[in-house]
Design a protein around this ligand. Sequence first.
Ligand code: NIG
Ligand code: FE
Length: 394
Amino acid sequence: MSGVLVDGIGLLVTNDPSLGTGPLGLVHDAALVLDEGVVAWAGPRSQVPDGAASERVDVGGRAVMPGFVDSHGHLVFAGDRTAEFAARMSGQAYSAGGIATTVAATRGATDAELSARAGSLVAEALRQGTTTMECKSGYGLSVEDEVRSLRVAAEHVTDVTFLGAHVVPPEHAGEADAYVDLVCGPMLDACAPLARWVDVFCDRGAFDGDQTRAILAAGMAKGLEPRLHANQLGHGPGVQIAVEVGAASADHVTHTTDADVEALAGSDVVATLLPGAEFSTRAPYPDARRLLDAGVTVALAADCNPGSSFTTSLAFCIAIAVRDMGMTPDEAVWAATAGGARALRRTDVGHLGVGARADVTVLDAPSPVHLAYRPGVPLTTHVWRGGQQVLGPR
Ligand code: NIG
Ligand code: FE
């Protein structure tokens, strides 16, 4: 006999409506059996099958939920942009141009330095209950530096995204089309085998609609799946392009027209909202309520990066989404778990149905509503990733 019985769960979020009540599939007085890296059983503790596990961990009536799925991160970088943040907080506006500061630092760092930094961010997120992360390149912006960024990303996460089209790097200033040719040609040739996804920063100060279409088409021709930074800094064609190409996700979605919302609602594209970016750039938050009421699938992600959102905390994002974006606590919890999984087209994570990866987060709280109700409080007490306990007492 093997496996671990997670017992004494006051409230279990399964995100599987067949297992419990509502969209979160809630079960009171629950238990979980984790075996060989997956969920072997989930349900009321009165019904745990006999001899289901060799080890038992009692979580003392706490709330238990799937690990967070953070579907948007820029974790491979060097350097620091504290001064830029401080200047913004004294009134300066955010601009995509700040990315160049991180590009210079990243190019000057060794692979080992980049890997140590990315690894420490993944570990920081894990301690807060995030068990799946996506990671983009995009601070290399040369063939060699994008290749090594993707290699470093793959050491730490399963979902790796090629973002050679983050901004036009300084050595190509004034020749954006030549840079797009480099991205679509030699850079993609070298990078496509190292990534699952292709992303473009389609926005003011980054890439326009035609450039975005060309880069996504080239990436898709190489077998990469599209996702997109869309409508963060102003209104633009990003959301419509995401729908046109059948992207997994349009990310940011801060400035939208009714036509954008309708297009998303009529598609399978997830709107991934990144409130850490609006928080740290002092910009208006996206209107999650409007998207949800129109029938759009919404995810929440941290967008961890040194420029616009230097946080790994999905709990922080949930608190903002509930307080300022019109989401209910349940919607926000779903968006940071099952929603993130949808945005990554993953069926193995974001829920605790039988067969799901055994990614489990325990909160020192009676319900996940406390993620928003107790903002800034570290509530995570235990974490299992792939069935291995990585945090908490046994
Ligand atoms: O998602 N939008 C583009 N990329 C990042 C910002 C990166 C930076 O400022 O370094 C974002 O917010
Ligand atoms: Fe981003």
